[in-house]
Design a protein around this ligand. Structure first.
Ligand code: GDP
Length: 419
């Protein structure tokens, strides 16, 4: 096999940073959810005539519970998103396919769709399509059918976005929660602003697929100017694709140097999204076509029908892998920050606020208890006093009765002696 040694060991990919963080934050929010649920139920169970927790605070805890449920739903759906842009035929679909390691999306001159294709992992190991916001699944049996269905005018011509569900087990990007968005050529769409608002605001990484046979076009540049006006410091990679076509050019090294310099100037000086040093890891010279050819699964014993690859293909494959590595590092770091940081802060705040309210409840009830004890003591004292008074009284009564009885007796016996 021509394929250079690569580790596709799932645990070694930088994407795990996001996947592990997602698992952890989901677990933590599970705990926050049960904590807020218990607090809410506990507070609701306190008789309101005790006035231990005010109605305001009780509502607040109830609100936290609802908020936590909302955050959990968002967290469960969170993924990393990469969006591919460039002029028609620069090789966007070929890049996506190379990364998916199969010919999932249709490629070629004939194919010019004006809809977005969004590839994400299918949980069920089935492959299917979904048009726009419909939940109807259009089942596709294999990779050939998928590309065919996507070339179908009826499906792509009438939708603005088609979701492509592809088995997670077929690609480690999908397995690790990456969603790939292929766009129509930026040369065919007049309203780029709307595109950005509709499809790009939640993209963690943008990949500009440019044609190494020409310099960056004005449409390509202006698109990314718009993106960086909307999003603060977007992560942008530039793939100078079709580099194989220049393999035999005598001026190849000079051309490469010039492209590199211009690309870096664009990212650093024009867009100001990275430093000069960082920019070196954002520009790559690749051949998506070659990368795809070497990666497509072939039954063993079938000869490679792709023909010989151009000079220097090993270096281009290596560059493609290098791009993928840097891309994975970048997207997972970025997504952890943009997707989780805000939620982590909110979770912390909710937990500590709930704690404060419970503390307040404890304090209020302790105060009430102290007052009760005080009152009870007073009453006990009074009772004791009354009891002792009664005792004295009883004693005095007995004494009196005795006296009276004695007197009566004396009188009686006196009377009897008189007789
Ligand atoms: P898209 O319109 O940007 O999605 O471009 P496609 O991926 O459909 O590619 C357009 C044509 O260029 C197809 O025939 C591809 O096979 C071809 N192509 C894509 N990448 C390369 C490459 O790196 N080298 C060469 N020589 N051809 C390529």
């Amino acid at each position: 096999s021509m394929e250079p040694e690569t580790s596709h060991n799932n645990s070694s990919t930088p994407l795990r940073l996001f996947v592990d963080a997602k698992k952890k934050i989901n677990e933590i929010f599970g705990e926050i959810a049960s904590h807020t649920r218990e607090s809410k139920d506990f507070i609701a169970g306190i008789p309101s005539d005790l006035h231990v927790v005010s109605d305001d605070l009780q509502e607040k805890v109830q609100g936290f519970y609802t908020q936590v449920q909302g955050i959990r739903e968002v967290l469960a759906r969170d993924h990393m998103k990469v969006a591919f842009f460039g002029r028609t035929s620069n090789g966007k679909s070929s890049v996506v396919n190379a990364m998916l390691r199969d010919k999932v999306l249709p490629t070629g001159i004939g194919h010019t769709t004006d809809c977005f294709l969004c590839v994400e992992g299918s949980e069920t190991n089935e492959s299917y399509l979904q048009m726009d916001d419909s939940t109807q699944k259009l089942s596709v049996q294999n990779v050939g059918q998928m590309a065919n269905a996507l070339s179908n005018e009826r499906i792509c011509g009438q939708s603005s976005i088609v979701k492509v569900f592809w088995p997670k087990s077929r690609c480690h990007l999908l397995q690790n929660d990456v969603v790939l968005l292929d766009s129509p050529g930026i040369d065919v769409e007049p309203d780029l602003d709307q595109w950005i608002d509709k499809y790009c605001m939640d993209a963690d990484v943008f990949v500009l697929v440019s044609n190494a046979e020409s310099t960056l076009m004005r449409t390509e540049k202006s698109f990314f100017h718009k993106v960086s006006q909307r999003l603060s410091k977007p992560n942008i990679f530039i793939l100078n694709n079709r580099w194989d076509a220049s393999a035999n050019e005598p001026e190849m090294e000079a051309v490469k140097k010039q492209h590199l310099q211009r690309n870096i100037e664009f990212l650093v000086d024009e867009l100001k999204v990275v430093t000069r040093q960082q920019a070196e890891d954002r520009v790559f010279f690749v051949s998506a076509k070659e990368a795809l050819i070497t990666r497509i699964p072939r039954p063993s014993h079938t000869p490679d029908s792709s023909g010989p690859l151009a000079d220097g293909f090993q270096a281009r494959l290596f560059a493609f892998e290098n791009f993928e590595r840097k891309f994975e590092e970048c997207i997972s770091h970025s997504a952890v920050v943009t997707k989780f940081e805000q939620h982590a802060k909110q979770g912390k705040q909710i937990a500590s606020c709930t704690q404060d309210i419970l503390d307040e409840a404890l304090q209020q009830s302790s105060k009430k208890r102290a007052t009760c004890i005080e009152k009870r003591k007073e009453q006990t004292d009074r009772l004791q006093y009354v009891t002792s008074q009664l005792k004295i009284l009883t004693g005095e009564c007995k004494e009196k009765i005795k006296d009276i009885a004695e007197q009566a007796e004396t009188k009686v016996s006196a009377a009897m002696t008189d007789e």
